[in-house]
Design a protein around this ligand. Structure first.
Ligand SMILES: NC(=O)c1ccc[n+]([C@@H]2O[C@H](COP(=O)([O-])OP(=O)(O)OC[C@H]3O[C@@H](n4cnc5c(N)ncnc54)[C@H](OP(=O)(O)O)[C@@H]3O)[C@@H](O)[C@H]2O)c1
Length: 325
């Protein structure tokens, strides 16, 4: 797999990582442990070296399963975890951050975390800035190698970029979410802060496999959070109302280059921006992890196709996006 550097002098990692929210077996519905291990194995065998997880995914289950996997297959793998959702919105303190870091270290079975990301903490906390000092203390203590932040909006991202020792910024970026091309991505590239692109498939919409009749399980956030009832609506279908998203994905069908799937085209589009260090598609089956890793072998999209996707976003998509952006 093609490699990229994550952040200034940061980790050398495969450009297609694995999003491990699904391994929690909660907000994407149940996922048994054997399947979870197969997803991790398939991803690694396909060249993936970067796993993105969080302490809250399945209340620690995602980290625990990764920790089990790392015992035998950890060589060459970089793990990024996240902290902060468990105390959202007002429980942020040095002590809570340290405790959750030690818990993540224990679940992952690592001596120290490779990368700890703030997990969509409120903008007011980012602006206050003390939380970055607490991260620096964890780094000084040797509990984490590097720190970064996962954010919802461009403004939150710009606030984080003021901290020059931030390694990475995790953002929602895909052909349906192009706003970050205006300011945030160029600024991050200039500062050599690595961009981790999440929701590369807009929760699956950009694979083109859903129809207006597709239903999701009760525990699946694509059922219970499709209008933002529980957390930022942007995390579900990239903030686009489901039926509209299906319609928009249908429009994209005619643009997919021969020999590519829509899922590959969507992810290739993201990788064509050099500001991006890694994309982290989530997978609910080993086959998906395999297909997503193949994107590294696909050619860059033509400039005509880039223009067509840019026009499509400006004319048809952006007005339907809800939530912090
Ligand atoms: N706040 C944050 O920091 C935050 C928030 C959200 C996500 N994340 C991270 O970002 C990762 C990616 O986001 P995401 O998983 O929510 O969204 P995503 O990667 O856009 O979509 C994942 C879903 O797309 C479908 N899929 C994946 N590969 C496919 C393929 N090759 N063909 C057809 N369908 C495919 C699967 O749906 P089915 O399950 O229906 O098959 C899968 O569950 C997460 O796993 C997590 O690590 C972070």
């Amino acid at each position: 797999m093609n490699a990229r550097t994550l952040g200034k002098n940061g980790f050398n990692i495969g450009e297609i990582g694995l999003g491990c929210w699904q391994l929690g077996g909660s907000e994407f519905g149940p996922l048994d442990e054997d399947t979870a291990h197969e997803i991790l194995s398939t991803a690694k065998e396909s060249g993936t070296t970067f796993f993105d997880t969080a302490n809250v995914y399945g209340s620690g289950r995602s980290e625990t399963l990764i920790g089990e996997f790392l015992k035998e297959h950890g060589e060459g793998i970089t793990v990024a975890s996240k902290t902060g959702r468990e105390v959202y919105p007002d429980g942020y303190s040095r002590e809570n951050l340290r405790t959750s870091t030690l818990e993540s270290i224990a679940r992952l079975g690592m001596q120290r975390l490779d990368l700890l990301q703030l997990h969509c903490v409120p903008h007011s906390i980012l602006l206050d800035g003390a939380i970055f000092d607490w991260l620096r203390e964890l780094k000084g203590e040797g509990l984490i190698k590097e720190f970064g932040a996962s954010v919802e909006s461009a403004d939150e991202g710009l606030t984080c970029l003021q901290h020059r020792d931030l390694l990475s910024l995790q953002v929602i970026f895909n052909p349906f979410r192009q706003k970050l091309l205006d300011e945030l991505l160029p600024r991050a590239e200039e500062l050599e802060v690595g961009i981790i692109a999440r929701l590369p498939l807009a929760s699956g919409l950009l694979s083109g496999k859903f129809t207006a009749d597709t239903t999701f399980g009760e525990a699946d956030h694509r059922n219970f959070n499709r209008d933002g009832a529980c957390f930022n609506v942007g995390e579900t279908f990239a903030g686009i109302p489901f039926e509209k998203g299906v319609e928009l994905a249908d429009h994209l069908r005619s643009l997919v280059p021969e020999g590519m799937t829509m899922a590959q085209m969507s992810q290739r589009w993201i990788l064509d921006f050099p500001a991006v260090s890694v994309i982290i598609p989530g997978a609910s089956s080993p086959a998906q992890a395999f297909e997503n890793a193949t994107v590294t072998k696909t050619p860059s999209l033509s400039s005509d196709l880039h223009q067509a996707l840019r026009d499509f976003y400006r004319e048809e998509v952006h007005q339907h996006i809800r939530g912090a952006y």
